[in-house]
Design a protein around this ligand. Sequence first.
Ligand SMILES: C[S@@+](CC[C@H](N)C(=O)[O-])C[C@H]1O[C@@H](n2cnc3c(N)ncnc32)[C@H](O)[C@@H]1O
Length: 227
Amino acid sequence: MIKKLLKKVISGLGYEIKKAKLPQNYKLYKYEKPDGSFDYERYKEVQINGNKRKIESVWVTEENVAYLSEYIKKNLSRIEFGLCHGTRRGKEQKWFRKYLKAHVIGTEISDTAIEFPHTIQWDFHNIKEEWLNNVDFIYSNSLDHSYNPEKCLDNWMSCLSKNGICIIEHTSGHESTSELDPFGAPISLMPYLILVWSKGKYYVTEILTAPKQHKEYVKFLIIKNKR
Ligand SMILES: C[S@@+](CC[C@H](N)C(=O)[O-])C[C@H]1O[C@@H](n2cnc3c(N)ncnc32)[C@H](O)[C@@H]1O
């Protein structure tokens, strides 16, 4: 009754009441077995097949890694150990090593990992004990390959050393979803999502524009732990 009356008064004034909605939401493809449980074997199989199909392509660019290395040098006092996640041909760790003269390794879920230097076969959702609080920077352009970006980012952030940073490359290509790229979101939603997932433990402190724009947009989200 009151709602109806309010609506009438407000529309009489030329306004309209509408429920607030997020402009867009994120999408997460679900790997499910017929009984509804998580199908990890399927996830792994899809990722490995995709990796082998695209084994000749390189997404990351040397120009952008050089730019990020300068940013890292300006902003970090300790640059000893870096991790790159989802690295296929391992170019990012190769270039970060070149520009930062630091120990940098990459993770890759596919068994092709052994073909590329400084690359380990490893599912980036998991962390090694020795990484905890010990990684000065993390870089990834593969968060869209995560079946659970919240768990993934939470684990990555727990690896950062004091004042360490996590750099997520997010492009217009990271907005859509498929079986191969299960997580998709528009850039405008990312700082919000990250803050919700972290429950305030970490957040986006800066959004950088890549010098090499090989897509409609290429951005770097800088994420730091709250100190
Ligand atoms: C879009 S490609 C990017 C490759 C590389 N970073 C580049 O710029 O060329 C994503 C890569 O992440 C790998 N990947 C997917 N899921 C992964 C996971 N859970 N753990 C580690 N690597 C994964 C894929 O096999 C693939 O090689």
